[in-house]
Design a protein around this ligand. Structure first.
Ligand code: G4P
Length: 523
């Protein structure tokens, strides 16, 4: 065993932040980058975030894409650990990439707006993370504003997400009356609006403040003590095994904007979050992250939108061994040997050439068309095949045709390649064979249209079918007469039949009409 490699792997913390737009993901990421010394002042990341752009304004998208390539992975050192934050875009750029990125992390941080509680996008992303059985850490944000009672927020985790919440700290007041945090894990109080070491007040062994401390007499502090007693007595008990499996989430409170509670959270997080673990490869073999032979898998491919540089970057999550420039690997799908000369490592502000990367790290490989999403690559003689990445059920659908009927060839070529790459999902109308595309976010369609034109010289026409509920049906139970005006019968790219229902009512109506027919949601 290479001790050097083991030490490096143990230092890695690779995670993504899941949240609903506006909960504060960018703000907390920025605070972490400040702690990591990557940026020097708040507002840096924010200024680069172009915010809400018109989806039709390509220039804006291009700008955004240019930025998102470099900020797709942010890497920094903190407390002797190497932190990799993988970006999971929200808003219009929510796409299958967002979900797939969650396949490449070892833990997740869930940021919740404490005034709003759990919102739809958080729920969707949570579901994906939960299936992976990896640790999830929760940060209840915006405590400087009036929010929901903390007990309610913890209860909601269990009620809506089915995960136990275990409080690591507890607010003293909230909004206008916010005084600080009762830090259960570190047995101290963190005062709000104080800087430096002065902001921490140690608690005695009974968890109380000395009488000489004015806060000890504050009615709000007394209320906090009562609540802390309650959760210590009747609340969930901190359980590392449950946390490791994603059955329990440590909950932290704070305000990212005012940098309150973030450091406490980050310190606990780097201690509790796991370093990279073994992967099951080749069906049933355990592959240790400290295995000396390099291997990894492609979880995302990003095409550079600049028409003058038609390069693409394949994002590889390293699963074992050490990546070095010039490494010779084999692409498992085709058996093709590839020399990895041109790789990039990601920093928040720029791309730098990668020197070495170990399990947990992400390397970006310049791709000239070799890679597909889900591909495994490995060095050495032992073939390594990572499990296939799951497919995610689209919710948005369009009918697509070539504008110019004379250019069917390039249309079909582009369609085939982009679908293979995993950029979009393709369906065919069961009866007419028309092409239908499915995506989880609107931007996927925009990007598809742009790439068809720029890379395949094919203008496409899209007609929106809007939001639809996709449900697969057992072919043996299928009767084409089941298709009506409120559902569309299509087949996926493997030929499996499914219905695209207009909405959930249409699905329920179908269910009432054909109670014996089993419909399944892929995920
Ligand atoms: P996102 O990446 O999850 O979409 O959220 P982002 O960090 O962009 O935050 C969304 C809004 O919430 C921003 O305000 C941000 O300043 C604010 N915010 C984030 N954390 C906190 C917090 O702890 N307390 C309070 N009060 N606000 C917070 P905005 O007005 O939309 O943007 P900006 O104009 O301030 O940049």
């Amino acid at each position: 065993m290479d001790k050097g490699l083991l030490d490096k792997v143990k230092k890695r913390r690779t995670f993504a932040i899941i949240s609903h737009p506006d909960a504060g993901k960018t703000t907390i990421t920025e605070q972490m980058l400040l702690f990591g010394g990557v940026i020097r002042s708040a507002g840096t990341v924010k200024a680069r975030k172009t915010g809400h752009y018109a989806t039709s304004d390509w220039m804006e998208i291009e700008k955004k894409r240019g930025i998102s390539v470099t900020s797709s992975v942010m890497q920094f050192e903190y407390q002797g650990k190497r932190i990799n934050i993988l970006d999971t875009p929200g808003h219009q750029d929510f796409s299958e990439d967002t979900y797939r990125t969650l396949m490449a992390v070892d833990s997740a941080v869930m940021v919740i707006d404490s005034a709003k509680g759990i919102e739809p996008q958080t729920k969707k992303l949570f579901k994906v993370v939960k299936q992976r059985g990896i640790p999830i850490f929760t940060f209840m944000n915006k405590l400087d504003r009036d929010g929901r009672p903390p007990l309610d927020l913890i209860a909601e985790l269990e009620d809506l997400l089915g995960i136990e919440g275990v409080a690591m700290d507890w607010p003293i007041g909230s909004g206008q009356t916010l005084k600080g945090l009762y830090d259960i894990a570190n047995n101290r109080v963190e005062l709000y609006r104080k800087n430096g070491k002065d902001r921490f007040l140690p608690l005695d062994k009974n968890g109380k403040l000395p009488d000489s401390e004015p806060l000890s007499k504050d009615p709000q502090f007394k209320e906090t003590l009562d609540e802390v007693d309650l959760i210590k007595g009747a609340g969930n008990k901190f359980d590392l095994n449950k946390i490791a499996l994603g059955d329990q989430t440590p909950v932290f409170f704070g305000s990212a904007l005012t940098n309150f509670g973030v450091e406490t959270f980050l310190n606990s997080f780097v201690n509790l979050a796991p370093s990279p673990e073994s992967h099951t490869v080749n069906g049933d073999e355990e592959l240790s992250p400290e295995d000396p032979e390099f291997s990894g898998f492609v979880f995302k491919i990003q095409a550079n939108m600049n028409p003058h540089h038609r390069d693409r970057i394949a994002f590889v999550r390293v699963g074992s061994g050490e990546f070095k420039k010039g490494l010779d690997v084999t692409l498992a799908r085709t058996g093709k040997p590839i020399r990895l000369n041109n790789a990039t490592e990601f920093m928040s502000s720029e791309r730098v050439q990668v020197s070495d990367a170990v399990a947990g790290d992400i390397v970006g490989l310049y791709d000239t068309g070799n890679f597909q999403i889900g591909d495994s690559i490995y060095a050495g003689k032992r073939k390594v095949v990572y499990p296939p990445l799951p497919e995610f059920t689209p919710e948005l659908f369009v009918r697509v045709t070539a504008k110019n009927v004379m250019k069917q060839k390039s249309f079909h070529k582009g369609m085939k390649q982009l679908v293979q790459e995993g950029a979009i999902q393709l369906y065919r109308n069961y009866q007419t064979n028309e092409y239908i595309l499915g995506a989880v976010g609107q931007l996927q369609f925009e990007v598809f249209k742009f790439r068809m034109k720029n890379e395949y010289n094919s203008d496409v026409e899209m007609t929106s079918l809007g939001h639809r509920v996709a449900r697969w049906i057992d072919p043996d139970q299928l009767d084409p007469a089941m298709s009506n005006s409120r559902n569309l019968l299509v087949k996926d790219r493997y030929g499996n039949p499914l219905f695209l229902f207009e909405n959930q009512f249409a699905e329920r109506f179908f269910h009432d009409k054909y109670p014996k027919v089993k419909l399944t949601e892929k995920l």
